[in-house]
Write a new protein. Sequence first.
Length: 300
Amino acid sequence: MAGNEWMRRNVPRLWFARRAVRRFMPGESAEDALKAAEKFQGQHIPVLFTRLGENVTRAEQHEAAADHYAWLIEETHRRGLDGEASVKLTHLAMDMSPPAMQKHMDLLAETAAANGNRTVWIDMEGTDYTEPTLAEYERLKARYPNVGICLQAYLKRTYSDVERLLPLEPKIRLVKGAYSESVEIAYQTRREVDANYMALCVSMLAQIKAGRGLFLGLGTHDVRLIKQLAQHARSIGLPRTCFDVEMLYGIRADQQRRLAKDGYNVRVLIAYGDYWYPWYMRRLAERPANVIFALRQLLP
C-alpha cells in the first residue's frame, strides 16, 4: 500500500486518514514540529526532525528540500533547541543527480557543524539504495565527523555493513526495517528480526566497551528489547547511557517519559510535511496496534 501511487494521491484527502496520522506527527508545517520540540525540551528530551519526502523528480524539489533543512538546522540553533535533522537521500536528488545530492549533503553537514556542532542523520531507504547510501556516508564521514546513518536489522547484510563502517567511528541508528523485502535478503518473521537486532547491538556494545569510537542509537519502540540490551550493557560494565533510545513522536509516549525518568538517553523523531502517506503506511506495517488505532478513526 505504501508504494501504490493511486492510493498515495487519494488517501490523504480522506478525513479519517488525516485524523489518524495526527497521532504520529504534530502537524504538516515546520512550525508545528518546532513547537512540539519545545515541549520535549521541557522534559529534557532531545529530538530528531525529518521533513517527509522521497524520490523527487524535479530540480526545484531537491533544491527546496536542501534549503529547508539548512534553514531548519539554523532555526533549531537560534531557538536553543536540542534537535538534529534526519534526511532521505532520494529527497535530495540521489535518483536524479548524485553530484547535486553530494553538494546538498556537504552543505547540511557544514551548516550543522556551524550551528552547535549538530549531527546530520541519513535515513536508510529500500534495498535499491542501501549500497549507494553507505557509499555516500563513507564519503561524508571522511570529511565531516558530524554525520550519522540508519541501518536496518532485518537485512541479512547489516552485520557486514557495521563491520565495514567501524573504522570510520560511525554514528549508527539501528532500526528493525519497514520496507517490503524478499526472503533472500531480509529476515521475515518478528522473531528473526528481533534476534538479529539483539545480535547486532551486542556486537556494537562490545566495540563500545573496547573503546571504539561508535555511537549507537536504538531506533525501536520495543521496550522489552531495550531493557534486555541495558541489562547486557550492565553485565559488561557499561551504563545504560552508552546508547540512545530513539522513538517516533506519538508512539509509546508514556514509555518515552518513563525511560527518560529511569536514566536512559531518549530522543524523539518528529516527522512533518504533506508527503506523509507512504511514511504513514510503513508505520502501520511495523506494528499491528497501529493498524487498530487507524481503523478506530473510522468511528465517530
